[in-house]
Design a protein around this ligand. Structure first.
Ligand code: SF4
Length: 344
């Protein structure tokens, strides 16, 4: 059986399998583009179980494109707090404004127009176009590439952009005449629940087992992934500057990692308590004492932070910072997890 035949057989088997076995998820209750779009953006680099409560809260507060376009950016960051990759939510809002202004508030309904929205790549555009508008547009991500590499016994590295493009074109040709959105979701579902990334795939219950080239055990060596470059390691000293009951925070630069987000004041390298004290003095906080707090680590996609932390009691609320109460920190300030986890 050749590759094309296997893919066509997969398309025919997956649609009925998905209709019978798909998990119930909040964003699958309908095919409203706003729902599919927000969920797809949230699901990038994030597990389904983590996304569910965020999605429900987001929809309750911002039920449609107009509400998202007009939302207070600080509140948006707060709704996203803990999900990471904050540029995603900023892009969501920019795209919501594009929809309001350029498309009169109607969600675009062609692949090209959907793809033109800020933060929407080929994968998300394919997912929305097929799930919401029944277009034969594949959504190819790591899950889909893994399933196809096993199904067809393909040992080309799946993290090669050229292969991704090829698979997208190949899959588009195999789309069924109807239920296209179901097919898109069915491959994703198979990759998430049966032909899994970690652990043994459940070949015994897989709807593709009879025509899968790897069902007899070949899956163990697939997919092939070219090793990534090692993450850069950075050391950082955080300062919990207290003045009375308030804590100092400041905004990060508008470019780079966690751009424009709040952060705890920090200096590069691992510093001693005395150095930290002098730094607080230099910032005009009139420090009176310091205490070492816990150490921690935070892993981003390309960089890893190795952090130590000090509490510094101060007498002056220096204008170099914004000083917030514990209540504000909890309810209104969106502090990225990398910093929040270092709070005592
Ligand atoms: Fe993956 Fe096994 Fe299904 Fe093949 S038969 S697609 S290896 S789960």
């Amino acid at each position: 059986m050749d590759r094309t035949e296997r893919i066509e057989k997969m398309a025919a088997s997956l649609v009925p399998w998905y209709k019978a076995c798909a998990r119930q998820l909040p964003w699958r209750e309908d095919t409203e583009p706003y729902h599919v779009w927000v969920s797809e953006i949230m699901l990038q680099q994030t597990r389904i179980e983590t996304v569910i409560p965020y999605y429900l809260r987001f929809m309750q507060e911002l039920p449609d494109v107009r509400a998202l376009a007009g939302a207070d950016p600080e509140r948006l960051h707060k709704l996203w707090e803990g999900l990471g990759y904050y540029s995603r939510v900023r892009n969501l809002q920019t795209a919501a404004k594009q929809i309001t202004e350029k498309f009169n508030g109607n969600f675009p309904d062609t692949f090209e127009d959907i793809r033109s929205l800020q933060g929407v790549g080929d994968y998300t555009a394919g997912a929305i176009a097929s799930i919401c508008f029944d277009l034969p547009c594949p959504a190819v991500d790591g899950n889909v590439l893994r399933v196809l590499s096993r199904l067809t016994g393909d040992d080309r590295p799946v993290n090669d952009e050229k292969l991704k493009k090829e698979v997208r074109a190949e899959l588009a040709e195999s789309y069924p005449p109807s239920d296209r959105g179901v097919f898109t979701q069915a491959i994703m579902e198979l990759g998430e629940t049966v032909c899994k990334a970690n652990g043994t795939p459940d070949c015994a219950v897989c709807p593709c087992r009879e025509f899968c080239k790897s069902a007899a055990g070949g899956w163990a060596n697939l997919p092939v992934i070219t090793p990534k470059k090692e993450r850069k390691k950075e050391r950082l000293t955080l300062l919990l500057l207290h003045c009375g009951s308030r804590l100092a925070i400041r905004k990060r630069p508008e470019k780079g990692l966690l751009a424009g987000m709040w952060e705890l004041p920090n200096v590069p390298g691992k510093q001693t308590g005395n150095k930290v004290f002098l730094q607080a003095e230099e910032w005009g906080c009139r420090p009176v004492s310091w205490k070492a707090e816990k150490n921690g680590r935070h892993i981003f996609t390309h960089v890893e932070w190795d952090m130590c932390c000090y509490t510094v009691e101060c007498e002056e609320a220096s204008p170099a910072f914004t000083w917030v109460s514990a209540e504000e920190l909890e309810n209104t300030v969106s502090l990225p997890t990398a910093f929040r986890k270092m709070l005592p």
